[in-house]
Unconditional design. Structure first.
Length: 360
């Protein structure tokens, strides 16, 4: 069996603090094992268009450990299996070109760093004979099979700092402040940042909320003298019997854009409590900036493990956090699913015991 000589690495989906740490670990681990690494620019676009790749050496990744974003970029094209291209044989997608370019470039395997959508694409290519090892990436921490995803700790740390700052103005002006954080279908960021930031109400997608129940909790705080409140809302939270709040509906193969729930909750709570209320949307600020030490370490372990799996010819898998270990999970078992906050989650129980309302 031939040795592994050359591998590719790409990043897909939204950016997350720690992506560069993974790239760095892949390059340095591979280099020390005598394996060349090709960085593929703008996700799978690097395997579609010639000239969108470059060799990466330890010198190329020096100093990127602490940087947010990704030095390889992320795609604007989307899913190679969905994006059509016209050929002499008719209309087809770009997947065949990706496979052709993979072999033409002399790659032996591919490290794909991304969220559920990117990893699902990776699984399809693995099924077509492209040796793949996936690395889970999402600030939402909603990928099945791994306890932690890099980027999540950084997002929670930023959101917690923002809540701390908003506490001071909420208390000074005796206001209710509603903080909208990311979390499409899972409330991990809202729950962890809400508890760490001392929020009085936390609204998450897993628990449809009743705003009157939330307002009752905030009015009770007024009666015993608190006079201000912090409400943390995941962007995918929705009221009982209601729907997700959308900034843009799904169209032309693009998923809907969530947002606006913070403003709606803010307006309703102002009416229900009679208090001055403000809404703050943290948005993409949660994705930016330097990764925390936890995310740098986790991302580094993920990158090193990905190369180890490739050298052992263990493909069609995703590296995963199973404290204290980093393990391999079959891609087929983790894609197409969402890890949500379970009803028996310990931190959820702790928050309720502290008097935090979830509007249920």
């Amino acid at each position: 069996m031939a040795d592994i000589k050359r591998i590719g690495v790409l990043t897909g989906g939204g950016d997350a603090p720690g992506l560069n740490a993974v790239i760095r670990a892949v390059v340095k681990t591979a280099y020390n094992a005598g394996v060349e690494v090709i960085g593929l620019e703008d996700s799978f676009d690097g395997l579609i268009e010639p000239g969108r790749s470059r060799t990466l050496t330890p010198r190329d990744v020096t100093g990127i450990l602490r940087l947010g974003g990704t030095v390889l970029g992320t795609t604007n094209r989307g899913n190679p299996f969905a994006y059509p291209v016209s050929t002499s044989e008719g209309i087809r997608d770009y997947s065949e070109r990706v496979v052709e370019m993979f072999h033409k470039m002399g790659l032996d395997a591919l490290v794909v760093i991304g969220g559920d959508g990117t990893l699902a694409i990776a699984q399809q290519f693995n099924d077509r004979g492209v040796p793949i090892v996936g690395v889970p990436k999402t600030i939402d921490n909603d990928i099945v099979g791994t306890t932690n995803c890099f980027g999540f700790d950084s997002a929670v740390a930023f959101a917690t700092d923002a809540i701390d700052r908003l506490h001071t103005t909420a208390e000074a002006h005796r206001r209710i402040i509603v903080v909208e954080v990311m979390g499409r279908y899972a409330g991990w960021i809202a729950l962890h940042a809400g508890v760490a930031g001392g929020a009085d109400a936390i609204l998450i997608p897993e628990i449809p909320f009743d705003l009157e129940a939330v307002a009752a909790r905030l009015r009770d705080r007024d009666r015993w003298g608190a006079r201000f409140s912090i409400v943390v809302v995941a962007e995918g939270a929705f009221p009982k019997g209601g729907k997700l709040s959308l900034l843009q509906a799904a169209s032309d193969g693009h998923v809907e854009r969530l947002g606006g729930i913070g403003a709606r909750v803010c307006e309703a709570l102002a009416t229900l409590t009679g208090k001055e209320t403000r809404a703050v949307v943290l948005g993409h600020l949660q994705r930016g900036g330097a990764p925390t030490s936890f995310d740098r370490t986790l991302a580094t372990r993920f990158g090193g493990k990905a190369v180890e799996l490739i050298l052992n010819r263990q493909f069609g898998v995703m590296v995963a956090s199973a404290p204290p270990d980093i393990v391999a999970r079959p891609l087929s078992e983790v894609t197409g699913k969402t890890k949500t906050v379970p009803p028996d989650y310990d931190l959820l129980h702790t928050a309720k015991a502290l008097g935090v309302t979830f509007g249920d």
